[in-house]
Design a protein around this ligand. Structure first.
Ligand SMILES: NC(=O)c1ccc[n+]([C@@H]2O[C@H](COP(=O)([O-])OP(=O)(O)OC[C@H]3O[C@@H](n4cnc5c(N)ncnc54)[C@H](O)[C@@H]3O)[C@@H](O)[C@H]2O)c1
Length: 337
C-alpha cells in the first residue's frame, strides 16, 4: 500500500485525491498539508474519513510521516524546495504543472530527483489520452513519417482565481495553462530551436489586478525542422475550455478534438483512408496508475520531472519573446534559457 501525502489542498488536489481514493487498497491518503489548515482538515474528512493527519508545515509533515508519495498541488508562485525535501527522504513525487516559474528552481528539482533516484511525474495528463498515445506510437515507429506542422488553439474565458490573474504569481495564460499544449508539441515534434510570440491584454484592462495576457499568437520552430503555431485567448466563449490541435506529418494528418478523440487522415497512400479514435480513458486515473506502477516496477513514468522542466523552459521562452518582441533561440539543455 502506498502512503500518500498532499501538499496544497485546493482545486486540482481534489481531482487527484478523488482518483487516488478510487484505487482502493493500493493507496492510503495519509496526510494533508495546506497553509490554510481548514482546507487540509476538509480533505482529511472527505478523503480519509478523518483518519489522516493535518499539517500546515511541510517540514513537519515529512519529519512525522513515513510517506511513499507526495502530491504537490501548489500554485506556480508557491514552489520552493519541496521537491528536494521530499526526494532527500526517498519520497516519490507527483507535481502539478508548471513545476516552477523560473529555470533555476526547476533545475534544482531535476537535480534532486536525479541524485536521489525517486520517481517523478508532472501533471501533463493529456499524454495519457488514447488518441495522443496512438499518434505518438505512429510517430515513434516511423509509420507517420516525418512530422512537419502543428496548428493549435487554447480558448477560454474565465476570471480564474486571483493568483491566476496576477502575472507574477501564475506566469500568465501561456505559462500556467497553454503549457499543456506546448508540452504536446514537444511530445510530438521534439525539442524547439526558436520561438516568436505576440501577446497583449486586450479584454481585461479594466479588471483590477488582471495583469496576464489574454491574447497570444506563437510560432515555434523545432530542431527537426517542424513548425507550429499556437493561438491562445482568455476572451473566447465564457465557461467553455477549447483546446484542440491539428498535426500534419509525411503520411498522416490528424485532427485532435481532445487527447482521447481524433480523426486520422492517412495521406501517404494513393487512396487515402480515414480512421477515428474515440475513447473515454480517464486521464488522471491513468496518470496515477502510471506513477504507482513506475515505483513498483522501478521504471521511469511517462512524464518525469525533466519533461516538466523542458516544457517550462519552452513557455518561459514564449513569454519572454512576447514581452520583448524578439525571437528567442534555444541553446539546448534545459538550463540554457
Ligand atoms: N493538470 C491540470 O489540468 C491542472 C488543472 C488545474 C490546476 N492545475 C495546476 O495545479 C496547481 C494548483 O492549482 P489549483 O487550481 O489547485 O490552485 P488552488 O488555489 O485551488 O489551490 C492551491 C492550494 O495550495 C495552498 N497553498 C499555497 N501555498 C502553499 C504553501 N506554501 N504550502 C502549502 N499550501 C499552500 C493554497 O492554500 C490552496 O489550498 C497550479 O499549478 C495549476 O496550474 C493543473
Amino acid at each position: 500500500m502506498f502512503r500518500v501525502g498532499f501538499l496544497g489542498c485546493g482545486g486540482i488536489a481534489n481531482a487527484h485525491a478523488r482518483v487516488l481514493s478510487e484505487l482502493g487498497k493500493r493507496v492510503q491518503l495519509a496526510a494533508f498539508c495546506d497553509l490554510e489548515e481548514e482546507r487540509a482538515r476538509r480533505f482529511n474528512q472527505t478523503y480519509a474519513d478523518g483518519k489522516g493527519k493535518v499539517y500546515i508545515n511541510l517540514h513537519r509533515m515529512l519529519n512525522k510521516e513515513k510517506l511513499d508519495v507526495l502530491y504537490i498541488c501548489l500554485p506556480p508562485f508557491a514552489h520552493a524546495d519541496e521537491v528536494e525535501l521530499a526526494a532527500e527522504r526517498g519520497v516519490h513525487i507527483f507535481i502539478e504543472k508548471p513545476v516552477a516559474l523560473d529555470m533555476e528552481t526547476a533545475g534544482r528539482m531535476v537535480e534532486a530527483v536525479e541524485r536521489t533516484g525517486v520517481k517523478s511525474q508532472v501533471g501533463f495528463q493529456s499524454r495519457f489520452g488514447d488518441a495522443v498515445r496512438e499518434v505518438k506510437r505512429m510517430l515513434d515507429s516511423g509509420e507517420a513519417g516525418r512530422p512537419g506542422l502543428v496548428e493549435a488553439r487554447y480558448f477560454c474565458n474565465s476570471l480564474h482565481s486571483p493568483w491566476w490573474r496576477d502575472k507574477s504569481k501564475s506566469g500568465g495564460q501561456v505559462v500556467e495553462q497553454v503549457i499543456h499544449t506546448f508540452d504536446i508539441l514537444r511530445y510530438f515534434l521534439g525539442e524547439p530551436e526558436a520561438v516568436f510570440s505576440f501577446r497583449d491584454n486586450l479584454f481585461h484592462r479594466d479588471v483590477p489586478d488582471y495583469t496576464v495576457e489574454d491574447v497570444s499568437a506563437t510560432v515555434v520552430r523545432f530542431k527537426n525542422g517542424a513548425v507550429a503555431t499556437v493561438a491562445a485567448t482568455n476572451g473566447a466563449i465564457p465557461g467553455k475550455w477549447i483546446s484542440d490541435y491539428k498535426l500534419v506529418t509525411e503520411r498522416i494528418t490528424v485532427y485532435f478534438e481532445s487527447p482521447n478523440q481524433a480523426t486520422v487522415y492517412h495521406t501517404g497512400v494513393p487512396h487515402g483512408w480515414v480512421t477515428s479514435i474515440s475513447s473515454e480513458r480517464p486521464l488522471q486515473k491513468a496518470a496515477a496508475e502510471d506513477l504507482l506502477d513506475a515505483i513498483e516496477d522501478d521504471r521511469e513514468t511517462l512524464v518525469p520531472i525533466q519533461e516538466g522542466a523542458r516544457s517550462l523552459e519552452l513557455v518561459l521562452a514564449v513569454a519572454r519573446s512576447g514581452e520583448q518582441g524578439t525571437i528567442v533561440h534555444f541553446k539546448g539543455g534545459f538550463t540554457s534559457v
